[in-house]
Design a protein around this ligand. Structure first.
Ligand code: PEP
Ligand code: MG
Length: 763
């Protein structure tokens, strides 16, 4: 039965038009299960009706015509109870309703299962038989499994508009598609899909007799591609920080790799033409990458394929797809849409025309997302299972803050989106006016605002000079941008540029926090539960070589300065702190000796720990004896307290730092730390959200570290509230039972302070 189920699903998924796919599906189910009837009813929420959309066994002429209320008949009962209904003799059931059009008098046995997507009943699939019998457990399980698998296809088809029931009525009232926020900002634009003209994956392999010609064709194509990539990397250099353009180094490395060329030429020698030889070699490489557990490595398959398609286009001698795209005129700004947006695609697109980015696959780890953030272009990633056609040449509203994309905008929605954009612009103007003013609340409490840096710390610092320093420098980002561990000297130069740029400001450098969702391509870690595994301090303590090199580089970089703070990530026990401090002391003594020889002074750095693993909340007094400061990582603290993977879209609605337990934990951390007289910063995303900052300030936190984009906004919020007021709000907040209630109360408060609109808490 399992194999048949798989086959049915496969065939169903391959049929583009959903009405046709459903008609085929019912036939396949009838044949496989040997029943007399199989039917599908879809829900129309606007009219609160279930419509017969496909059937085999009932009267065909009833399709599209028979409609029943949401609570009508047995079909309505299945939808209402949201569970399967298995009845021996349907006409005798008290809820049975006779619809003469379908001609079902002779059928007795009935089984129906709801088709549910994200808690919403999309429709019902039912089987019937003339005999009086109960369907077996196997049959019931089959139908439930089938219903679960077709739900997503139905949602997508409805979105794409290939579903046509009830005179083009839309089945779902909303066209909101949720992806992963890639880069912040709002934009209403036109989707422009970048469709690759020549794709190696679909290339039909051909033989060739002319070996010399094919080799020369391949070599020339590689040369052209090489110069195109060089040009692209030059082009983006002006727009992005230097370390981001390191992405292009990877392309050069791939092009220079002798092995690739050798393998392709070997295939040509076997009698294949240049394009086919490239196809064989690249597919083999890409498959190997795609099958890797590590998400960063999987992302690299995209780079290999993108680059190879560029070589292929040059073998064929065709132009780039972008030329065609840009010939099309649009009144709306362009939102670049692609199955997998690659860094060179972004580099190619003229910057002044690029207003937004949507990548169907990919995460906020993808190079495209990293680049988008660096270029300040709003982006949404990972809109799984949405066809490009749905987005191409269509009006789209993109919300890079929440990862939301709205399609098929009604006039009202369009107006709402335009309002949101206008509000954002207005807010930005207001905020910009006060950007240079100090972060002091209306009742006189000074809050220290710091920057979370990493992508290119110096540039962020230059742009947001009003920050009081760097509260979190994520050192792993420069590690991730390279193809090998950076040397001590490379690290020294990077850290020194940051420490010396603002000698008066505190700079908190976190030791390497890789593992979890932050992999290093050159140091693969394969684990079943990476977030609970070899991450952060656990990894670096097991590799004192990596830790010592990094700490030495930090200390050397701080020679003659006194602003270095070292922060330890993922601490879950005091032993880890002791061990890390022992290594820091060792590095300190080594560097001090070298410094002494050079007649330079080495100041002792402040050492702190991240509070992001729940265990440490219960050891704050003990921890405080060992370190100089704490920094609360609300991103991981939320993930670990709630047992919700911070990157898993399926449980995204459960991930909220406004959950009362998280807020109570944050309050507890502050209260105990204050007793211990130890400084605490919050460096998780919550500190950069207006509602979050407000609540944190009320709890007593006076140092908030956030991404550079949020700095001005939070400064503005601080200047427009009073702590006294916020404390009253906090009392109410801490009495709530759910995150939704918390959010509601905070949003109401922001509204009364005329700080609502875009500053509202979202989740
Ligand atoms: C956090 O966990 O809140 C944090 C700031 O660290 P990261 O997001 O880098 O894990
Ligand atoms: Mg963290």
């Amino acid at each position: 039965m399992l194999t048949s189920l798989k086959k049915i699903i496969q065939e169903f998924a391959q049929i583009q038009d959903l009405n046709k796919a459903l008609s085929r599906l019912v036939v396949m189910v009838k044949e496989t299960m040997d029943v007399d009837v199989c039917s599908i009813y879809l829900a129309n929420y606007a009219k609160q009706e279930l419509i017969l959309t496909a059937t085999v066994g009932l009267d065909q002429s009833a399709v599209g015509k028979v409609k029943m209320g949401f609570y009508e008949g047995l079909i309505g009962l299945v939808g209402d109870r949201e569970e399967p209904l298995n009845i021996e003799n349907a006409p005798e059931h008290p809820r049975f309703k006779h619809f003469p059009e379908v001609k079902e008098e002779k059928f007795h046995a009935f089984i129906g299962t709801p088709i549910i997507h994200q808690r919403k009943v999309l429709g019902i699939i039912a089987m019937q038989q003339t005999s009086i019998r109960r369907f077996s457990e196997d049959e019931e399980a089959f139908l439930t499994t089938l219903a679960a698998q077709i739900a997503l296809e139905i949602v997508n088809a409805e979105m794409v508009g290939t579903l046509n029931v009830d005179n083009h009525q839309q089945l779902l009232e909303s066209r909101v598609v949720n992806g992963i926020p890639g880069s912040p900002g709002l934009i209403l634009g036109q989707g422009i899909s970048y469709k690759i003209k020549h794709d190696l994956r679909t290339w039909v392999a051909k033989k060739s007799d002319d070996l010399a010609q094919q080799i020369s064709l391949y070599r020339k194509a590689v040369e052209i591609t090489r110069s195109q990539v060089s040009k692209l990397s030059e082009q983006v250099k002006e727009n992005i920080p230097e370390d981001v353009s390191a992405i292009f180094q990877l392309y050069h490395q791939l092009l220079d790799a002798n092995s690739l060329g050798r393998e392709v030429e070997h295939k040509i020698h076997e009698g294949w033409d240049a394009a086919s030889s490239l196809k064989f070699v690249v597919e083999n490489y890409a498959n190997r990458f795609e099958n890797m557990e590590d998400p960063y490595m999987r992302e690299r398959a995209v780079d290999i394929i993108d680059l190879s398609n560029r070589i292929l286009t040059n073998i064929v001698g065709d132009s780039n797809p972008l030329a065609d795209i840009l010939n099309e005129k649009s009144d709306l700004p362009y939102i670049l849409v692609a199955q997998e947006v690659s860094a060179p695609m972004l580099a190619e697109f003229p910057r002044h025309l690029l207003a937004g980015i949507i990548s169907i696959t990919g995460s906020n780890n993808s190079h495209a997302a990293i680049l988008a953030r660096a270029m300040g272009v709003p982006a949404v990633m990972g809109l799984h299972k949405i066809s490009l056609n749905l987005l191409n040449k269509k009006e789209i509203f993109l919300d890079g803050y929440s990862g939301r994309v709205i399609l098929k905008l009604s006039d009202t929605t369009r107006r709402e989106c335009q309002n949101l954009i206008a509000q954002e612009e207005e807010l930005q103007t207001k905020i910009a006016k006060e950007a240079e003013y100090p972060s002091i609340t209306q009742d006189g409490k000074a809050i220290s605002l710091l920057v979370n840096a990493g992508l290119s710390a110096t540039i962020e610092m230059e742009q947001f000079i009003q920050g009081d320093g760097v509260g979190l420098y994520r050192t792993e980002i420069p590690f991730m941008m390279r193809e090998r561990f950076p040397s001590e000297q490379e690290q020294f130069e990077l850290y020194h540029s940051l420490l010396s740029a603002y000698p008066q400001k505190e700079i908190t450098m976190r030791t390497l926090d890789v593992g979890g969702d932050k992999p290093l391509s050159y140091f693969p870690i394969v684990e079943d539960n990476p977030f609970l595994g070899w991450r952060g301090i656990r990894l670096t303590l097991d590799h004192p070589d990596i830790f010592l090199v990094q700490v030495r580089a930090m200390l050397r970089a701080s020679l003659g300065l006194s602003n270095l703070h070292i922060l330890l990530p993922m601490i879950s026990s005091i032993n880890e702190v002791k061990e890390a401090k022992r290594l820091i002391k060792q590095a300190f003594l080594e560097v001090k000796e070298e410094a002494f020889k050079q007649g330079k002074l080495l100041s002792k750095p402040a050492v702190g720990v991240m509070l992001e693993v729940p265990a440490v909340i219960f050891q704050i007094p003990q921890l405080a004896q060992h370190v100089d400061f704490f920094s609360v990582g609300t991103n991981d603290l939320t993930q670990y307290l709630l047992a919700v993977d911070r990157n898993n879209a399926r449980v995204a609605s459960l991930y909220s730092s406004y959950h009362p337990s998280v807020l109570n934990a944050l309050q507890q951390i502050m209260t105990i730390s204050a007793k211990e007289n130890i400084p605490v910063t919050v460096c998780g995303e919550l500190a950069g959200e207006p509602a979050g900052a407000l609540i944190l300030m009320a709890m007593g936190y006076s140092k908030l570290s956030m991404n550079a984009y949020s700095l001005r906004k939070i400064n503005w919020v601080i200047r427009n509230i009073s702590i006294n007021d916020a404390e009253g709000l906090l009392k109410q907040v801490l009495r709530q039972e759910t995150q939704q209630e918390v959010i509601e109360i905070i949003n109401d408060y922001l509204e009364t302070k005329e700080l609502g609109g875009l500053l509202r808490a979202g989740k």
